[in-house]
Design a protein around this ligand. Sequence first.
Ligand code: CMP
Length: 139
Amino acid sequence: AIERTFSMIKPDATKRNLTGAITKIFEENGLRVVASKRVWMARREAEAFYAEHKERPFFGELVDFMSSGPTIVQVLEGENAIAKNREIMGATNPEKADEGTIRKLFALSMGENSVHGSDAPETAAREIGFWFSETEIVG
Ligand code: CMP
């Protein structure tokens, strides 16, 4: 089925001017960018967005990093978009990511891993709603 998923191009990638290169990979794999904006998130926004991880040992590091520079938040649409995007991104740990995936190509570490993508339909709905209103999504 045609799905929507939420994606972020993280500060390590925007800093290295990889916004276009990463977006091109989404497009080449059949995903369409139906919403996109560049945001420099506040610490509070990063804490709220990643609230499910607040008990994790890396939470402070994650919030510091995500509020350290610009991020591109996007909604991607396509056949099986949620799983497709996870496949294109590769494993969270770039050392474990498959050849040709975004994280294998660009990620620097587990934290500075260039992209985020929703892991399930419920998460996608929440994450899209966190950053976008319905009128900002143009299919
Ligand atoms: P993301 O998909 O954005 O969801 C949570 C993020 O936490 C994850 O990608 C990683 O970038 C980050 N993360 C997960 N594990 C670690 C870790 N051990 N150290 C630092 N960051 C981590």
